[in-house]
Design a protein around this ligand. Structure first.
Ligand SMILES: Nc1nc2c(ncn2[C@@H]2O[C@H](COP(=O)(O)OP(=O)(O)OP(=O)(O)O)[C@@H](O)[C@H]2O)c(=O)[nH]1
Length: 773
């Protein structure tokens, strides 16, 4: 036979589940709740025990008069009976439970209560079902009890309370009496669709029943609740079972979970068609990434770059032999590592540029690791083969260490020798990219809602938020309601890499979109929604959540710093706020600044964002004692005046290196100065004078250097340092002087020290600050 649930058994035995749980546990069964199950043998045992109890309560009910007359005696009798049984019975449990439920402010109550129970039991015995008897016994007992107490013992206040109580009980009685009419109510639903945490009122609405009825039903099942109390899953399911209907938990769709939506869209395998590969070019600084991308694009980005770092991050498509290849123009500086790592996630193929005259360098290795971690195949472009010092073979040898082995050597990595500058073998490289793409069978479904990732985002004075996104699935249309990271909106305009307005973008197409309510972050995902209202709700919820996280993080960081400072012993932090024109620069600066190594000081970036320096940045800087670094942005006039009045330091830069350099210098300046002792002169003691008020005065000759009033002194006797301390006074004849040079006589005292002897040498020294390197 199948296992039985406690609540089912309790129903059969017409007793509250809670009581049956207690009984079961007393029987040594380890039962947690009414939802627990018991074996058929255990169920049988419980039936027996419970029936025994019922018999007992009947017996108790048969002695009402006696009980009424000799309340105390009857109590004693029952206690004895319990003792005889050697264990608490279900009935006793119930009675105990009743006691808990009642007002427990009267010691004498116990007797009366018991008395009343018996009375009630007797009253109802003939005309009520047993389960109702239990139930009414509770309320009835309580009612009578209160009446009784109210008449005999309670003060006015208690009377009032009792009245209230009675009213409640009467109401319940009414409910009971009205039950037949209620059955004519609207029928119960076939399935109770619920969410965890619903209360009796919510459930009442779904079940077309009054909350009071629900409360009562649960009460009968041993669950005491009020109508506003949130109910857990088990209780709601228990209630549904009691009504004889199924319960089903409603699965709430979290519209703000765009990652899940993105994955769902990605998993969709309907109507898949080939899509262009997305290629990222990576490599060490100066190995020729920009030159290669330029060559492919036939434009010249390098000339516009401030400070030599690729600061514009974009993406474009190249037409080659009737096919398209999408290139992500990721930056090459080590500071952009983080973004490059993100870039690799939306990348199908990595082209690793290695200069043939330079070989494998640290960032080459870094790029390999990122590509391998993202499991994207690597095509090696050995660049600068036109150079006299070029040694492509060496590059092949060096890369073998990183598992990049050419086919000739038995591996499967494609190597192409190129000259980006002179356009040599560029077509061959594109052929190889297409070959690799074909092997990968890259596909997507253009017929579904668009989904993809942000490559770059910035704030444009005229256009507002501008984001370069890569469509990875579906088709993105102008007018689409969209959620991008923590921002939302409707795609207002879509522009391709040539600045041309387009209406739709299919998979692997990079486009610049406008129409978002705020600036998203590079690497953020986007999904298209069916309607703007939901998109807005999802976007707002995400923004709210992000804000909460930001608050948490900020307070966390402060705490972390506190601990770190304590642990690392007076470690200093330089709090910074970074504002820049594009997300790429924000991250580049942030990464570089955090990498600055100055012993004893570290950078703490408390806020970083795209956009002009505003008042809230200044307020934050003031509260955190931070410096604001602006890169290619300026403060708003109000922010500037606030900064002026609060003395907040705003540093504006147009070249990343300068910003980094300035911060590094500031950090060095922040260090506790390091002092070195520097001897400035010596005095030979020739005569001694004792003055009662000032102690020992030494008269002597400055033999080398000088002695100054603020010198520290060291008393040396026969080459041994006898005392170190401060100078007490310095005189020439009777006058106090600031310093005495070599060749002149002087008189001096040493503070708190009088044991000076003739021929002692007094060495004068100062602590000199040593500049930090
Ligand atoms: N001779 C020769 N020079 C090249 C070649 N490719 C690039 N260069 C030169 O190498 C230098 C660096 O090239 P970039 O394209 O700026 O290198 P990068 O890897 O993009 O550098 P970052 O953007 O700073 O990371 C430039 O002076 C280029 O003209 C090539 O194939 N042959």
């Amino acid at each position: 036979m199948a296992k039985e649930r406690i609540y089912e058994l309790a129903k059969e035995l017409k007793m509250p589940s809670k009581d049956l749980v207690k009984v079961a546990n007393q029987q040594g069964m380890q039962i947690k709740s009414h939802m627990s199950s018991v074996t058929p043998e255990q169920a049988q045992k419980l039936r027996q025990v419970a029936k025994g109890n019922n018999g007992q309560s009947k017996k108790a009910g048969k002695e009402p008069v006696k009980g009424q007359q000799h309340g105390q005696k009857n109590e004693g009798h029952r206690k004895n009976q319990q003792k005889r049984d050697g264990k608490k019975t279900a009935k006793v449990q119930r009675d105990e439970h009743k006691h808990e439920q009642r007002h427990n402010n009267d010691n004498a109550k116990k007797t009366v209560q018991n008395d009343n129970h018996q009375k009630q039991g007797h009253k109802q015995h003939g005309n009520q079902q047993r389960n109702n008897q239990n139930h009414n016994g509770r309320f009835g007992g309580s009612l009578n009890n209160n009446d009784h107490n109210g008449r005999n013992r309670f003060n006015k206040k208690n009377k009032k309370r009792n009245k209230k109580h009675n009213k409640g009980n009467n109401r319940l009685r009414e409910v009971k009496q009205k039950q037949p009419t209620q059955r004519k109510d609207r029928p119960l639903p076939e399935v109770l669709e619920y969410t965890e945490g619903m209360n009796a009122q919510d459930l009442g609405k779904i079940l077309h029943r009054s909350p009071a009825e629900i409360i009562k039903k649960l009460f009968m099942l041993g669950v005491m609740i009020n109508q506003n109390q949130s109910l857990d899953k088990d209780t709601i399911e228990l209630l549904a079972t009691d009504y004889g209907i199924d319960a089903k938990e409603k699965v709430e769709v979290d519209v703000s979970d765009i990652d899940k939506m993105f994955e769902d869209e990605e998993k969709n395998t309907d109507h898949l068609v080939s899509r262009p590969p997305v290629v990222t070019v990576m490599g060490h600084v100066d190995h020729g990434k920009t030159t290669l991308l330029d060559k492919l694009r036939h434009s010249h980005i390098t000339e516009h770059e401030a400070g030599g770092i690729t600061q514009e991050i974009g993406a474009y498509q190249v037409h080659y032999k009737d096919n398209l290849i999408t290139f992500l123009d990721t930056p090459g500086h080590a500071a952009f590592t983080e973004m490059r790592a993100r870039g690799a996630n939306i990348t199908d193929i990595t082209v690793l540029v290695v200069a043939a005259d330079d070989g494998v360098m640290p960032q080459t290795v870094e790029a390999i690791h990122h590509a391998q971690a993202a499991k994207t195949p690597i095509i090696v472009a050995v660049n600068k083969i036109d150079k006299p010092g070029a040694n492509p073979e060496r590059v092949v040898e060096e890369l073998a260490k990183y598992n990049l082995i050419p086919e000739d050597w038995g591996g499967d990595t494609i190597f192409v020798n190129i000259s980006a500058k002179f356009g040599k073998n560029i077509d061959e490289l594109l052929d190889m990219i297409q070959l690799q793409a074909e092997m990968m069978e890259l596909k997507a479904n253009p017929d579904q809602n668009g989904a993809g990732s942000v490559v770059e985002a910035r704030l444009d004075q005229g256009k507002g938020s501008v984001a370069t996104v890569l469509v990875q699935q579906g088709t993105l249309h102008v007018g689409d309601p969209i959620v991008v990271g923590n921002t939302y909106g409707r795609v207002r305009t879509m522009t391709n890499e040539n600045g041309r307005r387009i209406k739709e973008a299919t998979p692997s197409t990079p486009v610049e979109i406008t129409g978002l309510n705020a600036v998203p972050e590079a690497g953020d995902r986007f999904v298209v929604f069916d309607d703007e209202k939901t998109a807005r709700a999802a976007g707002e919820k995400r923004a709210e959540h992000a804000q909460e996280e930001e608050w948490k993080r900020t307070s966390h960081v402060t705490l972390d710093n506190l601990f770190a400072t304590m642990k690392e012993g007076q470690m200093k932090t330089l709090p910074l706020i970074i504002k820049a024109d594009v997300q790429g620069s924000v991250e580049a600066l942030s990464q570089s600044l955090q990498k600055i190594k100055v012993d004893g000081v570290r950078v703490d970036i408390i806020h970083q964002a795209v956009g002009a320096i505003n008042e809230s940045d200044v307020t934050l800087a003031e509260a955190s004692n931070a410096v604001i670094i602006g890169f290619n942005v300026r403060p708003t006039p109000s922010a500037q005046s606030l900064a002026d009045s609060t003395n907040i330091d705003i540093r504006l830069h147009r070249v990343i290196y300068n910003a980094i350099d300035e911060v590094e210098k500031a950090m060095k300046g922040m260090l506790e100065p390091v002092y070195k002792e520097e001897t400035i002169g010596q005095v030979e003691v020739r005569q001694l004078y004792k003055a009662s008020k000032v102690g020992t005065i030494a008269g002597g000759m400055v033999t080398t250097g000088k002695i100054t009033r603020d010198s520290k002194v060291r008393l040396v006797r026969d080459g041994v340092v006898v005392y170190e301390g401060e100078l007490g006074s310095l005189k020439r004849f009777k006058d106090d002087v600031k310093e005495v040079k070599a060749g002149f006589e002087c008189g001096l005292t040493i503070e708190n020290y009088n044991d000076i002897k003739e021929k002692d040498v007094i060495e004068a020294y100062q602590m000199k600050e040593v500049p930090v390197k």
